[in-house]
Design a binder for this molecule. Structure first.
Ligand code: ZN
Length: 287
């Protein structure tokens, strides 16, 4: 796992899904008039000058998501694959707001022909955009060993049980955030899922009863869906595609609550470091 994929609240599945849904309303059909690259290293796999000439004049066809990665497909048979990492932001700016929204953390600007634009901000600069041929996207994600999408219909309880069978000696929380196991879950939602299922983050897979696995599965789907409903968690720098904070923070049950009373049992929430990540849990009601 990449070391930058750490402690604080980087965008996970619900945050990137929120941005995806919003951008499908905001930018599909718009034509890119001009691209401004202010930080060349944010563009990977291609020289900035080639990147500009390849995408200037193209039209946005579709916005999609794979795990924590945003995909903007253009009508030139290429897609922009955007990795947010720790502090990436993708924000749509209506024409009147351009000057007040662009700042020193804006590294890439796509200007549309109606004078709106899409900006790519990144404070810590771990994120990047890669141009990938649209018909090679599956190959790209397979090459990076992306695990299954937890909100897809084919991610059934049966499939989850099958996946867990292969990992008997792993601990549940680090396994949930392993992107090759399942795509899209990170440090925030893995803690919320364990709390919801009343399972200790350190539990070994082989010690889980059928009922535990069912609970984890149910909580996983429920929490991700609910967070999307509230446009994600802005515990750090995450903003949605309108530049607004997500509303899920007040709904967090355990993440960031160390030293506070457990909402469920009144016990004290503890924090440990597990596989190099800060992890909060309630020792009284998670077993
Ligand atoms: Zn508790």
């Amino acid at each position: 796992m990449a070391p930058e994929d750490d402690i604080r609240g980087m965008p996970e599945l619900p945050e990137v899904e929120t941005i995806k849904r919003q951008l499908n309303n905001f930018i599909v059909g718009k034509k890119i008039k001009k691209i401004e690259i202010r930080l060349p290293k944010i563009v990977q796999l291609m020289a900035p000058i080639k990147f500009k000439s390849l995408f200037q004049g193209t039209t946005i066809k579709k916005v999609s998501r794979r795990g924590k990665v945003l995909i903007i497909s253009l009508n030139n048979n290429y897609s922009l694959v955007i990795h947010f990492k720790l502090t990436g932001q993708i924000i749509f700016i209506p024409p009147r707001d351009i000057n007040q929204k662009i700042d020193k953390h804006t590294h890439l600007i796509y200007y549309f022909d109606d004078n709106s634009c899409l900006i790519h901000n990144d404070i810590r600069q771990f994120g990047y955009v890669r141009p990938i041929k649209t018909n090679e996207l599956d190959e790209y994600f397979a090459g990076q060993n992306f695990g299954p999408e937890p909100l897809e219909k084919d991610f059934t309880l049966k499939k989850f049980i099958e996946l867990l069978k292969h990992k008997p000696n792993q601990k549940i929380k680090p396994l949930l955030i392993d992107q090759t196991f399942i795509s899209g879950i990170g440090n925030i939602y893995s803690q919320e899922i364990c709390f919801c299922a009343k399972i200790l983050p350190t539990r070994l897979i082989k010690t889980l009863a059928d009922r535990d696995i069912k609970n984890i599965y149910k909580c996983l789907k429920q929490i991700l869906k609910n967070s999307i409903k509230y446009r994600g968690t802005s515990s750090d720098t995450y903003l949605d595609a309108q530049g607004k904070e997500g509303d899920y923070v007040p709904r967090l049950r355990v993440y960031g609550r160390e030293g506070k009373k457990c909402f469920r049992c009144g016990g004290m929430v503890k924090k440990i470091t597990l596989a190099e990540r800060g992890t909060s849990y309630c020792p009284s009601c998670q077993r």
